[in-house]
Design a protein around this ligand. Sequence first.
Ligand SMILES: Cc1ncc(COP(=O)(O)O)c(C=O)c1O
Length: 416
Amino acid sequence: MKDIQISKLIKAEKERQKKVINLIASENVVSKDVLEALGSEFTNKYAEGYPGKRYYGGQTYTDKIEILAQERALKLFGLSKDKWHVNVQPLSGSPANLAVYVGLLPSDGTGKIMGMSLSHGGHLTHGHKVSATGKFWKQIPYGVDPKTEVINYDEIKKLAIVEKPNIIVCGFTAYPRTVDFKKFKEIAYSVVLADGTHPILMCDMSHFAGLVAGKQYPSPFEYADVVTTTVHKTLRGPRSALIFVRKDKVVKDKKTGKEQSFADLIDKAVFPGLQGGPHMNQIAAVAVALKEADTSAFKKYAVQVKKNASALAKELARLGWYVVSAGTDSHLVLVDVWMFGVKNEKGAGAITGSEASDLLEKAGIIVNKNTIPGETRSAFDPSGIRLGSAAETTRGKKEKDFVLIAQKIDKVLRSK
Ligand SMILES: Cc1ncc(COP(=O)(O)O)c(C=O)c1O
């Protein structure tokens, strides 16, 4: 590379990534093939529109790439082309979720998104007020049970019946446990909206998509109407997102009475609604990652991701740390470090999430500070840290390594 400044920074970042233990739950380490596709000549190509319906010439190969990405996405999750449509163009997870709402929710200020509140593990785009999704639509937040720290489906059902949301979002950014998608479907069916329909059930499987692909986490596809996912977390692909939607789902236009499919409405919301030209290099890289995830090696990886997270959670708990929900069923472990003192001679409030994250970074362990259910501190300096096993499992670490990582975390945090 001729640009010495940038080249130096790329090298430095590469070295940084090599040196640290990366426990950021939303990150991973992609293959050389994914990087090669990202850096390919598809970067140069404008391809506004969809395969066969583009606004620019020269689409012979872009169409092939996009169709391959679609086919591989459906195959990976065992979906039939007759029943499911997939849009592979969203630039990332947040625009993907926004596109679903733009396509399917009322735009007159009456729309309601029922999603998990941020402090309990939901994502900003599940209707939180600082996100566009909470400005254009009203969030009906649900949380976890204060005692068990897991989802209480009866409470969500009661709230849904009263609030009648247009869409119920399940899937999270900091919830370590599995989700009962059947129960969410029953909740959606228990609500009847003014037009006689039920709320749409959307699953945002961004965090656990790789585990679903590797059959280590329940699949939402049997129950959800729409499934969104980022590609860059446990799925181990480039930064990007996918929207899966059932082909038989339709909406009746209030004025004309004409039926429009969810799939058409979402496609239109992605382009031209929210985006211009798709990033074709990114879509090429998505296709590569989806093929990689459709292998027995990836299934083994998903098994190991879960085993490693479980080993990490168990060892931290054994050492006296407060593991939220008392464990994990996924790649993710949430630790209330502020609570540490309760079981420790230092007394409650010995260390905050920010302090923990900073201390660990100095010791070469990268985590993120995180709110915990029922947070009593601020989002900027919360009580918890979120840990994930996806990246270090890609680098070959096993349970015994994660036990050692837990012991190192314990030592570093006790040194405060
Ligand atoms: C559940 C969930 N949905 C959506 C997103 C948004 O993805 P992006 O950062 O690619 O916009 C995230 C990101 O962390 C997430 O955890």
